[in-house]
Design a binder for this molecule. Structure first.
Ligand code: AMP
Length: 397
C-alpha cells in the first residue's frame, strides 16, 4: 500500500482543489486519437466534484518549450473531458497559464464546478521546477492533488514545486492505483514472476534489467535490444540495432542471471529484412545466421512459441517494450504473440505504458490485462527501483 495521503483522506467541500492530471494525449488536427488518459482521470475528478470542491485541473501537453503554441492548447481536452464527465469543463484560456483570465475563472467558480488551465509547459519555468510559477499555481488553491502518474518521474512546478506552497498535497486514485499495481508486482509478486523487456535500446533499460534480475524468475528479452545480447553470445547480427558499448554489460547481465538462477531468454530465431521498411524482403533465420547486410526486425516463430510457453505458468507478468518494429505489420507478429499470450493466462498482467500499452489496446486485448499503465517513462523508472519525485512530494499518511 502506498504510504501517502490520498483524496480519501481529505474533505474538499467548498475548497479550491488544484489537480495535476496527465492529459498529455495524442492529437491529430485538434482531435484526440487516444483518450485513455482522460478516462483514467475521471474517478478522482468525480470524487472531488461529489465532495463539493471547486476543481481546477492542470496538465502539460507535448513540448511547447516554454511558450504558447496554439496547436498544443488543452482546449480540445476541456471539451472532450466535459463530454466524458457529463458536466461542463470550462477552459481557462490564458497564455500565462495562471494569468488574469485564469484567476478570474477561478474566482467565478461555484462548488462542484470544474475548470481546466492552459498547458503548463507554456511557461518555461515549469520543467525547471521554478519557484515563481510553483507559487502562482499554489496561489489558486487550498488543496493540491497529484494524479499524473505519467509525469511522476519528473520534478516540475505543477507536480513537485507547487507542493512546497500548499498545506495539503495528496495523491489521486490513478496515482494510487498505478503505484499499488506496479509496487505489488515488483516487490511482492505471486510467483512465477516473469518480466518481458523489448524496445529499441539496451542503454535505456540498463537499470531496469539489473533491478529486475534481483526480483524475477524469468526475464524475456526481445526487440532491438536483443541483438546486443546476441552479439554478447558471439552471434553475428548484421545490420540489426546494436550498441557495441553495451556488449560487456549484456555479458554481465547474462552472468548475473546464471548466478541468481534466473532464466534469461533471448531470441532463438529472428525475422530479418533487407531494409527498414514494411516493403522490404523478409525471412526467418536461426541463431547466428543473420547475413551482414540484413537486419533483425522481429522475433521469429520458434521464439514466439518459446516465449509464450515461458509465460504460460506465470502468476505475475510485467511487460515493457515491443518485440520488434511492430509499427510495420510484417514485423508485428512477435509483439502480437506476447499480447495474446498475456491475454490467455490466469495471472496478474501489467503493461508498462508506452508502445506496449498502445499495441495491447490496438490489438483489442486491453480489457484482458490486469493493469495498463498510463505512464511509460514513469513505469520504467519505477521498475528501476527509483523513487518518483511526484509521489515523494505528497504528504505522508
Ligand atoms: P523504446 O522506445 O525503446 O521502447 O522502443 C520502441 C521502438 O523500438 C519501437 O518504435 C519499435 O519499432 C522499435 N524496435 C523494436 N524492435 C526493433 C528492431 N528489431 N529493430 C528496430 N527497431 C525496433
Amino acid at each position: 500500500m502506498l504510504n501517502k495521503k490520498s483524496v480519501d483522506d481529505i474533505n474538499v467541500k467548498g475548497k479550491k482543489v488544484l489537480v495535476r492530471c496527465d492529459f498529455n494525449v495524442p492529437l491529430q488536427e485538434g482531435r484526440i486519437t487516444d483518450e485513455n488518459r482522460l478516462v483514467a482521470a475521471l474517478p478522482t475528478i468525480q470524487k472531488l466534484v461529489k465532495d463539493g470542491g471547486r476543481i481546477i485541473l492542470c496538465s502539460h501537453l507535448g513540448k511547447p518549450k516554454g511558450e504558447p503554441k496554439p496547436e498544443l492548447s488543452l482546449a480540445p481536452v476541456a471539451k472532450r473531458l466535459g463530454e466524458l464527465l457529463g458536466q461542463e469543463v470550462k477552459f481557462a484560456a490564458d497564455p500565462e497559464v495562471v494569468g488574469p483570465n485564469a484567476k478570474a475563472a477561478v474566482e467565478a467558480m461555484q462548488d462542484g464546478d470544474v475548470i481546466l488551465l492552459e498547458n503548463t509547459r507554456y511557461r518555461a519555468e515549469e520543467t525547471k521546477n521554478g519557484e515563481a510559477f510553483s507559487k502562482e499555481l499554489a496561489s489558486l488553491c487550498d488543496v493540491f492533488v497529484n494524479d499524473a502518474f505519467g509525469t511522476a518521474h519528473r520534478a516540475h512546478c505543477s507536480n513537485v514545486g507547487v507542493t512546497e506552497y500548499v498545506d495539503t498535497a495528496v495523491v489521486g486514485y490513478l496515482m494510487q492505483k498505478e503505484i499499488d499495481f506496479l509496487g505489488n508486482a515488483v516487490n511482492n509478486p505471486q510467483r512465477p514472476f516473469v518480466a518481458i523487456l523489448g524496445g529499441s535500446k539496451v542503454s535505456s533499460k540498463i537499470s531496469v534489467i539489473n533491478n529486475l534480475l534481483d526480483k524475477v524468475d524469468t526475464l524475456i528479452i526481445g526487440g532491438g535490444m536483443a541483438y546486443t545480447f546476441m552479439k554478447a553470445q558471439g552471434e553475428e547480427v548484421g545490420k540489426s540495432l546494436l550498441e557495441p558499448d553495451y556488449i560487456d554489460y549484456a555479458n554481465d547481465m547474462l552472468k548475473k542471471a546464471e548466478e541468481k538462477g534466473v532464466k534469461l531468454l533471448i531470441p532463438v530465431d529472428t525475422v530479418i529484412a533487407d531494409d527498414f521498411s514494411n516493403d522490404a524482403n523478409f525471412k526467418t533465420v536461426g541463431r547466428g545466421e543473420i547475413p551482414a547486410d540484413w537486419q533483425g526486425l522481429d522475433i521469429g516463430e520458434k521464439t514466439r512459441e518459446l516465449y509464450a510457453e515461458a509465460i504460460q505458468d506465470a502468476k505475475t507478468v510485467v511487460w515493457n517494450g515491443p518485440m520488434g518494429a511492430f509499427e510495420m505489420p510484417n514485423f508485428a507478429k512477435g509483439t502480437e504473440a506476447i499480447a495474446k499470450a498475456l491475454a490467455d493466462i490466469d495471472a496478474t498482467t501489467i503493461i508498462g505504458g508506452g508502445d506496449s500499452a498502445a499495441a495491447v489496446n490496438q490489438l483489442g486485448y486491453g480489457d484482458k490485462m490486469t493493469h495498463i499503465s498510463t505512464g511509460g517513462g514513469a513505469s520504467l523508472e519505477f521498475l528501476e527501483g527509483k523513487e518518483l519525485p511526484g509521489v515523494v512530494a505528497a504528504n505522508d499518511r
